[in-house]
Design a protein around this ligand. Structure first.
Ligand SMILES: [Fe+2]
Ligand SMILES: [Fe+2]
Length: 262
């Protein structure tokens, strides 16, 4: 089974158009063109939050119009730049118990989409209601292989500002639940705007770059850490039983890259 993971599209409205000199809509369209061309066999596309940069109705409308007719099902979640009510105006079916949380059941897999948004804050949190929903799903799907998608990184990233100001608060409550289930195989997150991998016990985790701007690796406190030097990626996730293979693909100017054999 193939899943395409996109993250942090940060779409802006027509007043702003560019973000740090980049057109986020153009980049998202390029990513979708590439997926259509190379991965039409994918079962789903997941976008792990920060769908828009500044949460205005117009920005969501632009985002919605770009993805609405895509031939592969797209599953978005919210990040710290999003607003739940505006999101749900355009995507009313992706909600449960008042949050942007939902489960997708495909054969032996179950994909759980979590809402870590604390509105107007860079950090994230899973309140008791959201954790209760998560635990309920894990009890229902004990026999399935579970993959989780969320915006905030649930482990330390060693990127100073992302851990100090923009982490998942009370992550121990999340792990207290997760640690009790052995059928959770992998967690996918966004937010870091970097390719990262993590491991906790038997669970692997990863993020891919933003489709728009990237964040430099800064272990120490940094005033400036955004960068548009690095090329955006999307991640191709190949799932087979309990195995998982990840490819991070640079999709801008991809046609220029195929120049021969290695
Ligand atoms: Fe972001
Ligand atoms: Fe974020």
């Amino acid at each position: 089974m193939k899943i395409i993971h996109l993250s942090d599209t940060h779409i802006v409205d027509n007043k702003e158009k560019n973000l740090y000199g980049i057109d986020p809509s153009f980049r998202l369209k390029k990513a979708l063109d590439s997926i259509r061309k190379h991965h039409s066999d994918a079962s789903m596309v997941v976008i792990t939050g920060d769908l828009v940069d500044r949460a205005t109705k117009e920005a969501y409308e632009i985002f919605y119009n770009i993805i609405k007719d895509f031939p592969i099902p797209i599953y978005p979640i919210v990040g710290n730049h999003d607003k739940k009510d505006l999101f749900l105006k355009y995507f009313p079916k992706f909600t449960h118990s008042g949050f942007v949380q939902y489960a997708i059941n495909v054969d032996k897999f179950v994909f759980l989409f979590l809402d870590t948004l604390v509105e107007d804050k860079p950090y994230g949190n899973l309140c008791q209601k959201r954790l209760n929903w998560l635990e309920k799903q894990l009890k229902i799907y004990k026999e399935k292989k579970i993959y989780i998608f969320m915006h905030h990184h649930p482990l330390k990233s060693f990127m100073h500002d992302m851990d100090k100001y923009a982490n998942l608060k009370d992550s121990d409550k999340f792990w207290n639940i997760i640690d009790r289930y052995e059928n959770i195989l992998h967690i996918t997150y966004g937010h870091l705007h970097r390719i990262t991998q993590m491991q906790r016990k038997n669970i692997s985790l990863h993020s891919t770059k933003s489709t728009t701007f990237q964040v430099a690796f800064t272990p120490n406190e940094a005033r400036e850490y955004l960068t548009n030097e690095e090329k955006p990626t999307y991640c191709i996730m190949l799932l087979e039983d309990g195995d998982l293979l990840l490819h991070h693909h640079e999709f801008l100017n991809e046609d220029e890259k195929y120049i021969g054999y290695c």
